[in-house]
Design a protein around this ligand. Structure first.
Ligand code: BEZ
Ligand code: FE
Length: 311
């Protein structure tokens, strides 16, 4: 029953300014205003921008009820696919290019410092520490390859003792952890300490391109959009040293398939290298590899943390 005031007249409900009510036109402003009391200024900014872009997107495509429900189902399935060892949300971020955009914004390379790229889901075990020159190819399968390189600052001064962590897929495009039946989570992984001149070297094999895990919701998204799941052949590097920003990056094999259509958009031209064939029994013997073998060289330039050369 309508309320009456003392004079018996029907009381009007308190007026709410139209500008504070949800409407199609003002949806983003009204929802953003609901976050106005957020004490953390950064959180307020992020949520306000998120709401603005989300509402713009929904209006742009005029999202239907069915599409909204399908999106909720997809995100729920993505969450259910996550386990201790599988992060389907990161994979989703990867195939949407969000991971690479965040990576690139937060690691703007300047001064010729080495560009970064995505870490990926296979850096899941600590790499075994190995001596310089050692082989990381424990099962010995694949095209032998000598990897050499150096670590320096932007001024060209070497970074002695830099830590060089590497991991890669095998000659069939699998990481060791994807083949647990081999019982090794050391194959094609290694942690090296650069020498007094900042140099490193190790023996390996040429990796093959491979598909990202495509048997879950992200794989369904790729299939529904006629996208392939493959990544071009690469070796992962994480290079660190006190006083420098750690760089997480790859070395891509020139000429590998999918260099121009990486499923996770991780390719940067500065990271592509030739792996030339060496047919020289003397050099092969020196390297401890069968002849012929491939070589690749990677000079890593680290960015100082304090901008003064790191020392
Ligand atoms: C990888 O290179 O290991 C990788 C990166 C992103 C998604 C899947 C795999
Ligand atoms: Fe990889």
């Amino acid at each position: 029953m309508a309320e009456r005031d003392v004079s018996g007249a029907v009381a009007e409900p308190p007026a709410v300014p139209a500008s504070e009510l949800f409407s199609e036109e003002r949806s983003a402003e009204v929802v953003a205003a609901s976050f106005a009391g957020t004490r953390d200024a950064r959180l307020r900014r992020v949520l306000t921008s998120l709401v603005r872009h989300l509402h713009d997107f929904i209006k742009d495509v005029e999202l239907t009820d069915e599409e909204w429900a399908a999106a909720i189902e997809f995100l729920t399935a993505t969450g259910r696919t996550c386990t201790e060892t599988r992060q389907e949300f990161i994979l989703l971020s990867d195939v949407l290019g969000a991971s690479m955009l965040v990576e690139t914004i937060n690691n703007r390379a300047g001064d010729g410092t080495t560009e970064s790229t995505v870490e990926g889901p296979f850096h899941v075990v600590a790499s075994p520490r190995r001596e310089l020159g050692a082989s990381i190819a424990e099962d010995g399968r694949g095209t032998p390859c000598l990897v050499t390189g150096s670590v320096a600052g932007p001024d060209g001064r070497p970074v002695p003792g830099a830590e060089v962590d590497v991991w890669q897929a095998d000659d069939e495009g699998f990481y060791d952890v994807q083949r647990p039946e081999t019982k090794s989570d050391r194959n094609l992984r290694g942690l090296f300490t650069a020498d007094g001149d900042g140099r490193f070297r190790f023996r390996s094999i040429v990796p093959r391109y491979y598909p990202i895990p495509a048997d879950g919701p992200v794989g369904r998204l790729l299939a529904a959009t006629s996208r392939h799941p493959n990544r071009p052949a690469h070796i992962h590097f994480e290079v660190s040293a006190p006083g420098y920003r750690t760089v997480t990056t790859h070395l891509f094999v020139a000429g590998t398939p999918y260099l121009d259509s990486d499923a996770v958009f991780g390719v940067k031209p500065s990271l592509v290298r030739d792996f030339p064939l060496v047919d020289d029994p003397v050099r092969a013997a020196q390297a401890g590899l069968p002849n012929p073998f491939r070589t690749v060289h990677f000079d890593v330039v680290l960015s100082p943390l304090d901008g003064d050369g790191g020392r």
